[in-house]
Design a protein around this ligand. Structure first.
Ligand SMILES: [Mn+2]
Length: 320
């Protein structure tokens, strides 16, 4: 079965792109024919060769599509760990004129399953298919949407390119982004949700398990379904959604070990996360907390908070 996958990366992310691809190759079924389309924001020749060397794991096709940043100069930038590259996916129907369907994946993902079942999902009546983002409960309300409504995580989207072209979706996305700068928090993800919500198909959680799924603070608001619990135990796609990534802050991130599982099959195998030592990470976080709150044990306020609130404050500094 032919599986068309689109990923986006600049030279800084080439290693993580490589690890994501390696995880796809390692878990592909015999009959999967893999075609990768890379939206290339300046990947250097050396790293392109490194990516091609992954052919050792398994045969695949790869095409680099050069991106012109000028096409995105009107897009608003919000937050600090998101770059202009997140907008590239708006133009995928133009970048890939020969395809009617494509699976878009972020490079902060590890794939632990064949992608054939996901790719075969019938989205002929939809613009996109994807998995709910369980965070952002309050944010949805700010966007003046029903809190219960489906809010997709844009790190994995199955795209019906044919329907995007028929309905002029590219233009609608860019217009919306330009006209609504002040309400966008999650940049292109908000835009995708606001414009495409009417025709988004919810898919099984296991196809985009986000690290927020494991956080206790959010859990109260999670739909308490068996599907969600099952997906968390064995993600088919693990997505490191926050600013904390497994290649840097390894210790405190759920499922971070999956990144190392596939890093070792790539030419970047020696670039291990810097803080993969538990003891030094604990000492570091306690030290930083004490710097900010030298008398916290004496403060009445601290002890009158709920346990979870205290914990949250103590661990806030870990990713500093
Ligand atoms: Mn992501």
């Amino acid at each position: 079965m032919e599986i068309n996958i689109c990923l986006s990366s600049d030279d800084n992310y080439a290693q993580h792109l490589g690890v994501t691809i390696a995880s796809i190759l390692k878990n592909a079924k015999k009959q999967d024919e893999l075609f990768f389309y890379i939206l290339d924001g300046g990947i250097k020749e050396e790293n392109k060769q490194n990516l091609l060397s992954l052919q050792k794991i398994r045969k695949f096709d790869i095409k680099f599509i050069e991106i012109n940043e000028d096409d995105f100069k009107n897009c608003p930038l919000v937050g600090n760990h998101i770059t202009i590259a997140t907008y590239y996916r708006f133009l995928i129907p133009t970048f890939l004129p020969d395809l009617d369907k494509v699976l878009y994946l972020d490079c902060d993902m590890i794939i632990e399953d064949s992608l054939s079942k996901l790719y075969a999902e019938d989205i002929s009546d939809y613009w996109i298919g994807g998995v709910e983002d369980l965070g952002y409960y309050y944010h949805r309300r700010e966007l003046k949407r029903e809190t219960e409504s489906f809010y997709i995580n844009a790190g994995m989207i199955l795209m019906n390119l044919k329907k995007w072209r028929e309905d002029n979706i590219e233009e609608k996305l860019f217009n919306f982004a330009e006209e609504n700068k002040e309400i966008l928090i999650h940049q292109d993800q908000d835009v995708i949700n606001m414009v495409l919500n009417q025709k988004s198909k919810p898919l099984d959680y296991k196809w985009n398990v986000q690290d927020s799924f494991y956080r206790k603070t959010d859990r109260n608001r999670h739909p308490n379904t068996k599907l969600l619990e099952k997906a968390k135990k064995r993600p088919s796609i693990m997505h490191y959604t926050g600013p904390t990534k497994p290649w840097a802050e390894y210790i405190w991130l759920p499922m971070a070990y999956l990144y190392l599982r596939y890093l070792k099959y790539t030419p970047w195998k020696d670039n291990l996360p810097t803080d993969n030592d538990v003891l030094s990470a604990c000492i570091k976080s306690l030290f930083i907390y004490l710097l900010h709150h030298p008398f916290f044990l004496l403060s009445k306020n601290f002890w009158s908070q709920s346990r979870s609130e205290r914990k949250r404050k103590l661990f806030k500094y870990i990713s500093v």
